[in-house]
Design a binder for this molecule. Sequence first.
Ligand code: PLP
Length: 367
Amino acid sequence: MKDSQILHVGKPNIGSREKFFQRMNQIMDNAWLTNRGPFVIELEKKIAAYLGVRHFISMCNGTVALEIAIRAMCLTGEVIIPSLTFIATAHALQWQEIQPVFCDIDPVSYCIDPKEIARHLTPRTTGIIGVHLYGRPCDMDALRTVAENHNLRLMFDAAHAFGCSYQGKMIGGFGDCEIFSFHATKVFNTFEGGGIATNNDALAEKIRLMQNFGFAGYDNVIYIGINGKMPEISAAMGLTNFECIDEFIEINRMNYQVYRECLKNIKGIKLMEYDESDQCNWQYIVAEVGDDYPLKREELIKKLHAENILVRRYFWPGCHKMEPYRSYYPNAGLLLPNTEKISSRLLVFPTGTAVNQEIIRRICSLL
Ligand SMILES: *Cc1c(COP(=O)(O)O)cnc(C)c1O
């Protein structure tokens, strides 16, 4: 079997090859490969306008964007995050010796439960990082209230939420800042890449300095920094894919609808719903495998993998059950009943431009 016949979650969405190659030639002609070249500047402008934010600072990837944002916001001590997320949310804190404190999720939204935050507060708590899991927004109003009441900073890991909105406003403009990932597996990719969206001018300036070693002009370093720059080649890919973003999202939406139609009569498989009154990117086809399904989730996965359908268990078993957190906080699970229950049931199906109706019907007929 050729690799192209293997269906996996997160197969990249790729726009016009011709336009990408044109841009690549331009990069070679310009001989400007990185350090805020013309494509990076153009991409940042376009994304800031799309998200309706004052600043979008592109980055080499989403994880470094998280690390820089956390540092620029002066988070220290302990920061409250959900455990049901990609491990980078936790690592970005622990990498700089800030303790991630795992909070349970709401069983309907799968996002951090604002009502659970209070029990995790200590004098060392400095912030909350909400994650818009699978592109479904956190309960922003409740989170803002908790953050304000306890004098905490609030930011979001919006790695899944590019192209999504909350009550009519694009994700990107909430909290002190929001972080995006443009990794190859996300709905919009720049090979590797990401960025930080914010409406806070001072924060944006600090982030720009930190991203470029703290350079404020030639030979003048005024801050501790790191290298978080997006290269021109990634920006060229970004501009090319950005021209197709509506198309990618529309394909995801149609795929979702076919899955919904095909899964609705399968007992024990419950498809995650999106709030269609807001903009969604429909990036993830997520289902819960219930007790009333004839197979255990792991057995079902085995069978689908044998058919070359590489479904995934994102994000099982939760960050609190992975190292080093499992060893640091062996009892964290006691306060995470919804996380443990839901992560043991989740199944993510292939979608994106690599998938069509016929494939989805075949997958569902196997179920
Ligand atoms: C993908 C992802 C990241 C990390 O982004 P990279 O660009 O791969 O570094 C962080 N958080 C979440 C929730 C993600 O899904």
